[in-house]
Design a protein around this ligand. Sequence first.
Ligand SMILES: Nc1nc2c(ncn2[C@@H]2O[C@H](COP(=O)(O)OP(=O)(O)OP(=O)(O)O)[C@@H](O)[C@H]2O)c(=O)[nH]1
Length: 301
Amino acid sequence: MNLNTDTTDYRCGFVAIVGRPNVGKSTLMNHLIGQKISITSKKAQTTRHKVTGIYTDNTAQLVFVDTPGYQTYHRNALNDRLNLNVTETVHGVDVVVFVIEALRFTDADRAVLEQMPKNVPVVFVVNKLDKAKDREVLAEFIANAEKEYDFAATEVVSAKHGLRITQLIELLKPMLPHSEPMYPEDMVTDKSSRFLAMEIVREKLFRYLGEELPYAMNVEVEQFEEDAETGMYSVYIAVLVDRDNQKAIVIGKGGERLKKISTEARMDMEKLFDTKVFLKVWVKVKSGWADDIRFLNELGM
Ligand SMILES: Nc1nc2c(ncn2[C@@H]2O[C@H](COP(=O)(O)OP(=O)(O)OP(=O)(O)O)[C@@H](O)[C@H]2O)c(=O)[nH]1
């Protein structure tokens, strides 16, 4: 791409994607930037870290910050930290994208809206358009939902099916300040490979553990090395759980589950990093960690 960034017309700014768990924020961001960097799962509350995705074209650069789902139950140190993260993220951005599911506007959605700063435009994005077959019902739903907040604009999309994503980008552009791009044009994230490797393993854990997955679980990169000669990566990742029986669940019968998780994670990493990857994943027991603020700090959360 040849960027014509010396004109004063170029726009660049920060966009926060917010919404209650499971409305499709991560899926939306993946489509917005055209690459899978934020993890998605059928289960709620999978995004624990702020992930930055960057979209660049000839007229604008949109820097997306993905926020963890807003959760009002299960209060512990970890969730307090998550909620703090949402509030911190929406301050200091140029536009907020508030995502809901088509035909569902719940109290949890309202709770997220209540955190919006008054001086930042909020774009209302109705996701899962594919689930709203009756267009008249959808129009009525949107008209009612628009009464809940003074939105700057409204857009309907299907993140999963990649519908109307371009329209959303075009809608957001004029809301950003005139500025040169902040990041190089070929950059899609400012997260390190180390972080991305961890996110990939977390995604596989959520995918393969289903309902058995305890929320009190985290993933830690113990070692991440690139061979200077071959370019091959060696990645050592620990999965931290609360109890021995949870460790057994993650490992699975005869080690089958952990093997599947590791193999798929390695394949995803090889695609993303465009090199061969040696990956070792193991499970460690760490009791009570979800309530240990100092430990959260050590994890960089
Ligand atoms: N039918 C349909 N499903 C979707 C759409 N977008 C996302 N989903 C599904 O909704 C579920 C949740 O998507 P995520 O992107 O993980 O949601 P999230 O808001 O990031 O969730 P948290 O990380 O829990 O905050 C996944 O199963 C997605 O495949 C869509 O446009 N249509």
